[in-house]
Design a protein. Structure first.
Lengths: 150, 150
DNA sequence: TTGTATGCAAATTATTTGCATGGGA
DNA sequence: TCCCATGCAAATAATTTGCATACAA
């Protein structure tokens, strides 16, 4: 998604296409969630949106995130600990979830799509999304732990 | 894990190996969680164990599940909706998560381990677990939906 | 105008924690 | 014996819901 104009347009189209009304709150939440390269939590989005819409409620943020998932603009993923994170990257990809610093690093591997397609076909499963998380310690935290042990 | 004797032995060995005491409650919870082929929730385990230990508490179930994860006998995974599920299958495998009936079907694919190993190596990530979920509609729910629409 | 979205607060649900007591090693 | 595990209840934290009002279509 290259610029804000295109982004607005896609959001409006997706919402209206499923019969959802477009409100300033919904647009702001969607824009922020989709434009970000990070894996945000509902609260992070909420605190950001509150700067421009001080009366916005967390319930509206959650509701909007649900719509974004339904119209296929966003993926939600639950974390081993702590709250759900939202990811605008809809392509199948690997996420490296660090247990120590809670960071998520996206990674691409050409075989991910292949594995998912084959398994879904074999199991006659109609896939609407996928999660490939590798859980452990990121490089930075690993090095930090090593240093502290010395 | 072929029989109850072996299972008991493995559990005791794993607990003591990390300095955890073995109590009847812990053994019962572990046996039930590990022997099951299903992906149970903490509550499911709790209701089962209460039949033999009516005073057992949910907190103990959670604590034991944490230990089982730590000693590497169990994987925990969070669900898109509802509570966490626990899986005694520690081999990398695909899970087909049905959004309608909440069932989880395990599936094996030879490339899963390869993808995970390669990505972890490339990203210098030290992996301790993985989740490969395909989210959507299982075959049964898909057919049911089709019938209802006619 | 008409129904849907909003904001607020309260409700719900999963999980964790504090603490006194009991029991494994 | 001594510390760790237990059960209970209360706390926490994330997310959802009910409802009156506001606003997009």
């Amino acid at each position: 998604m290259s610029n804000i104009q295109d982004l607005n347009f896609s959001i409006i189209k997706a919402f209206r296409g499923k019969g959802y009304k477009v409100t300033p709150q919904r647009l702001a939440i969607s824009r922020f969630a989709l434009f970000s390269r990070d894996h945000l939590t509902a609260k992070m989005i909420y605190s950001q949106i509150k700067k421009t819409y001080p009366t916005v409620s967390l319930a509206t943020v959650y509701a909007t995130l649900h719509i974004l998932k339904e119209v296929g603009l966003l993926q939600g993923r639950c974390m081993p600990t702590s709250e759900a994170r939202f990811d605008p990257d809809m392509q199948p990809h690997v996420q490296l979830v660090c247990l120590q610093c809670d960071s998520i690093i996206d990674w691409r591997h050409p075989l991910v799509s292949k594995v998912i397609a084959e398994v879904a076909a074999d199991a006659k499963f109609s896939a609407s999304g996928q999660v490939l998380d590798i859980i452990g310690l990121c490089n930075r935290c690993k090095e930090k732990t090593n240093l502290e042990e010395k």
